[in-house]
Design a binder for this molecule. Structure first.
Ligand code: COA
Length: 263
């Protein structure tokens, strides 16, 4: 499917790449881009061949993952339009978070506002050492509306999150790493290959196992420990119904690589 502001590429080994492609606007998320990203991720979710996804920003005049929600579109929004915009942005982020396959944000430059919120919805965040990450909404007189006020404190803790949210000041990739906001930092030229390598490793694992393990960790983190442990047990039982479990354990015993079919 052809999009205007999004590029999707499927590679061998079960990895798909998604580029936000609005270079003139530093890949800012206008409504059309949010719609296209939602459709693109819907397609990747339905594609059993795809086992891991990398989300990154297309090359722009300054390196950008996504420089935010589109400020021009928000300038005249009414409260009802703002609510709908927030809901659409949140729905995209939730779709990514619940994709059932890991999504790696390869943060290749500015990840500001909606751009950081998009990265926060991904399962892993790798950053270029030149990247800048932040939630500058309050400097514009608005608040984060694509989940940033909720996901950031859950990821890095309330204290550091409040500093980022209230000052609106961005942090460097190194500082983001120190805060636990990004998993790893690479030289800019090595970022995509590092993300690919990680995505391929994930894609070689049992896809149902990866999906259920993510689900246990993500849902479980919103539960009490007792509830989370009980949920884990149910998923551990469910995985015993899969061919993949039999294949994975048998392959180990037969000293050969497993050939998972996602069933
Ligand atoms: N929404 C809409 N357009 C944006 C944008 C955004 N979030 N971020 C950048 N752009 C556009 C600029 O308006 C400019 O468009 P133009 O060439 O038609 O005038 C183009 O992208 C290049 O941006 P520019 O500001 O000229 O680049 P810069 O190198 O001087 O500054 C930034 C880069 C990222 C510091 C600056 O663009 C910026 O602060 N962007 C907004 C970041 C933000 O507040 N995001 C959160 C929004 S909720």
């Amino acid at each position: 499917m052809a999009y205007e502001n999004v590029r999707v590429e499927r590679e061998e080994g079960g990895v798909a790449l998604v580029w936000v492609h609005r270079p003139d606007k530093l890949n800012a998320l206008n409504d059309a881009t949010i719609r296209e990203l939602s459709e693109a991720f819907g397609g990747l979710q339905a594609d059993a061949e795809v086992r891991a996804v990398i989300l990154t920003g297309a090359e722009a005049k300054r390196p950008s993952f996504v420089a935010g929600a589109d400020i021009a579109e928000m300038a005249e929004q009414t409260p009802l339009e703002a609510r709908a915009r927030s809901q659409r942005g949140q729905a995209l982020c939730s779709r990514i978070e619940r994709l059932g396959k890991p999504v790696i944000a390869a943060v290749n430059g500015f990840a500001l506002g909606g751009g950081l919120e998009l990265a926060l919805a991904c399962h892993l965040r790798f950053a270029a050492d030149t990247a800048l990450l932040g939630l500058p909404e309050v400097t514009l007189g608005i608040i984060p509306g694509f989940g940033g006020t909720q996901r950031l404190p859950r990821l890095i803790g309330l204290g550091p999150a409040l500093e980022l949210i209230a000052t609106g000041e961005p942090v460097s990739a190194r500082e983001a790493y120190r805060l636990g906001l990004v998993n790893r930092v690479f030289q800019a030229g090595e970022l995509l290959e590092a993300a690919r390598k990680c995505a391929r490793t994930i894609a070689g694992n049992g896809p149902v196992a990866v999906r259920l393990a993510l689900d246990a960790a993500q849902r479980g983190s919103a539960m009490s420990l007792d509830q989370g442990l009980a949920y884990e047990t149910e998923l551990f039982a469910l995985i015993a119904s899969t061919e993949d479990m039999r294949e994975g354990l048998k392959a180990f015993l037969e000293k050969r690589p497993a050939a998972f079919r996602g069933q």
